[in-house]
Design a binder for this molecule. Structure first.
Ligand SMILES: Nc1ncnc2c1ncn2[C@@H]1O[C@H](COP(=O)(O)OP(=O)(O)OP(=O)(O)O)[C@@H](O)[C@H]1O
Ligand SMILES: [Mg+2]
Length: 262
């Protein structure tokens, strides 16, 4: 099921949580093959935006289209669509009493009827893709933070989804492990022909591998352009976020949460 248009298309989207508007007037178009960075301070609505992409949160207004199709409303179609989206959420979400290989096998066991030997082969391929074939039998507690993150990445890739969504893939990782994970995100995107959306406040680790960046703050998209355009922007709101200044157009509340999350 291929189509020529954008993989993700949001138009005039408003998203509310608990009766309060979090984001409004969101227009976003993500062409096939791109890695898009979604940046913004803590509490600005990045995870909320992702929830709209996975169909978990229905927009209060506007339209969300994935793979050229409107977001399905029927549970069954939504389930089918979700198999085509690889999601790596904040934290690893690895099951601690399963090995790396068993964790990667979970989506294959749940969503396919493939024979055991084939699943084992696919799992080895996915672990190889993230450079961890040797760690197949290790338990998550035996892995470094960066390795565990890569296992989570392999698991998100298990069903060969054409769209990958990452929510803060770098939280808790040192700069070197962060670089490894982001390089991997880019390489997998290109070698597997994916489209990737990476939510993060790790601007400096993420921009080098992104094709496009958006910044959300104060309830809407305040910047959309290339990483180079972002670095060069003079917009005070965006600069405050990029330069990490405590005083500026982003309210103190958002900064306080940011410090909490760091
Ligand atoms: N389930 C929920 N019910 C009510 N309000 C929510 C819910 N989830 C998020 N919010 C609110 O929506 C706003 C945006 O939250 P969101 O989690 O999308 O921010 P974020 O940009 O992902 O932040 P972070 O960088 O800390 O992950 C916040 O004000 C938050 O309190
Ligand atoms: Mg979040």
């Amino acid at each position: 099921m291929t189509h020529p248009g954008p993989i993700v298309e949001l138009s005039g989207v408003r998203l509310a949580r608990g009766g309060r508007t979090v984001l409004d007037g969101i227009d976003l178009s993500v062409p096939r093959g791109q890695v898009v960075a979604v940046l913004g301070p803590s509490g600005s609505g990045k995870s909320t935006l992702l929830a709209a992409l996975t169909g978990e949160l229905e927009p209060a207004a506007g339209s969300v289209r994935l793979f050229g199709q409107p977001m399905p409303t029927r549970a069954r179609e939504l389930l089918e669509l979700r198999k085509r989206i690889g999601v790596m959420l904040q934290g690893n979400g690895l099951l601690t009493d399963l090995t790396a290989a068993e964790n990667v096998a979970l989506p294959l066991r749940a969503h396919t009827r493939l024979p055991v030997e084939l699943i084992e082969r696919l799992v080895r391929l996915k672990l190889h893709a993230v450079g961890l074939r040797a760690a197949a039998d290790a338990f998550p507690r035996e892995l470094s933070g960066g390795m565990a993150r890569r296992v989570a990445l392999a698991r998100a890739l298990a069903l060969d989804p054409p769209l990958m969504i990452y929510d803060e893939p770098l939280t808790g990782l040192d700069p070197i492990a962060s670089g490894v994970v982001m390089e991997l995100v880019r390489r997998l995107n290109d070698t597997l022909g994916l489209t990737s959306i990476v939510v993060t406040h790790h601007v400096h680790e993420t921009l080098p591998v992104a094709d496009h960046a958006i910044v959300i703050a104060n309830g809407s998209i305040v910047f959309s352009g290339t990483p180079a355009e972002l670095q060069a922007t003079a917009d005070p709101l965006v600069r405050q976020f990029l330069d990490g200044e405590p005083d500026g157009p982003i309210p103190f509340d958002a900064v306080a949460r940011n410090a909490e999350a760091a």
